[in-house]
Design a protein around this ligand. Sequence first.
Ligand code: NAP
Length: 467
Amino acid sequence: MTMKSVNPATGETIAEFPTLTPAELETRLARAAAAAPRWRRTPVMERAAVIRRVGELLDQDKERIGRMMTLEMGKPLKAAIEEAAKCATACRYYAEHGPAIVADHPVDDADHRSFIAYDPLGVVLAVMPWNFPFWQAIRFIAPAIVAGNVGLLKHASNVPQCALEIEDLLRRAGAPAGVFQTLLVGSDAVAGILADRRVAAATLTGSEGAGSSIGAAAGKHLKPTVLELGGSDAFVVMPSADLDRAIETAVKARVINNGQSCIAAKRFIVHRDVAERFTSGFVAGMQALKMGDPMSPDTQLGPLASAKLAGELEKQVSDSVAMGARLLCGGRRREPDSAWFPATVLTDIPTGAPAYKDEMFGPVGCVFVANDLDDAVRIANDTRFGLGASAWSTDAAEQERLAREIDAGTVFINDMVVSDPRFPFGGIKASGYGRELSDLGMREFTNIKTVRIRTGASGASHSGNTE
Ligand code: NAP
């Protein structure tokens, strides 16, 4: 079998790569298992130095790496270069702070020397999506490798060049053999890898379907997982908001990464007093976007990652319209069967429509009108997802209520949601569980071990009959 790298802007196949044979996969698993005990004993500062070097290489190579991402999945080149630079920032963050995050935490008393240790788990499988082909992988790799784990990356099948480049980056940065490997395998190989006793844990960033398969397969073998899944995030606008800034940010937050971001704002919930002004400004902003060659520096909207994905999005829009939603702009592919989908706005969306209940993974904004704050919070939470919401108000009491009452892993007030290595990132409900980034994300793939060493001379030994 082969994996194809296809330029979605043109439909042209750029390269093909053979997938691993069962024997090749076995060699890689054995190599990872052999590397794990050695890497765990490597001093944490040496592990951090490898990740620091990965960051330096990403900074040096960001233009070439950015071009590779744009060619394979169509994001505008400027955004791709920024993605590579952001990966370098995360590497610097974990090189600098990682050793302290996994350092022993002493809890001493008179009779004991006690501490909490953060031991690595061993071999961790990362199943990653194509939408941020470097960022999604690096935000797992940097903390996991500094923590002393060994990584295996099963990347999305449409970004094999990026997948191999990430393996090469780690090699060039000095990671010893087996510490990080890319596995060019299809999704059908994942359950078998998870079942392998040499694999300790897994992390997935991807769709709900992949999440439930991987969660089930890992659960069967009692292996921990972090699942970062889809989102249908709210962008709430109250009358006190700076409306011009809210509209400008709404457009940006919806079309970031050609609309294919888990934390892109997807449902715009607008107080009725400002609904008309917001909607007309939002539609104008979406229509003004420059769609074109993603390699061109002034392009704001490139193609979706594949013609198949564009076709699925087109169907979600047309099904929603058939159920009564009103189309305010866009809605159809530029050419049938292509990956080019224009900026689209829907409103008056009935509750059962795909645009109401499902994730729209492309540049489609859904506008809902709320009667008051309670209604806005109700609509915001009327979803099976809960990843990252944005809310706009200059009223302190409203800000407090929006921050506390919207059910999501992240709430930003008067700004668009972005990930940042310093803050935990993840979702609730069907958006997944566990956290990435920050100290909390780094500790997800550690054994948080209690160690108590009795040092006091006196005292009877513990009866041991309590938990
Ligand atoms: P996807 O189809 O779920 O694929 C993600 C990864 O999972 C790919 O490597 C894919 O492999 C693999 N996979 C798919 N089905 C699988 C299964 N049944 N068993 C094992 N592995 C499986 O998702 P996508 O289309 O690439 O990415 C878009 C989704 O990711 C959206 O829902 C988006 O919201 C979500 N996402 C979430 C976050 C977050 O942090 N929460 C960030 C980015 C994206 P193949 O490519 O070989 O099929």
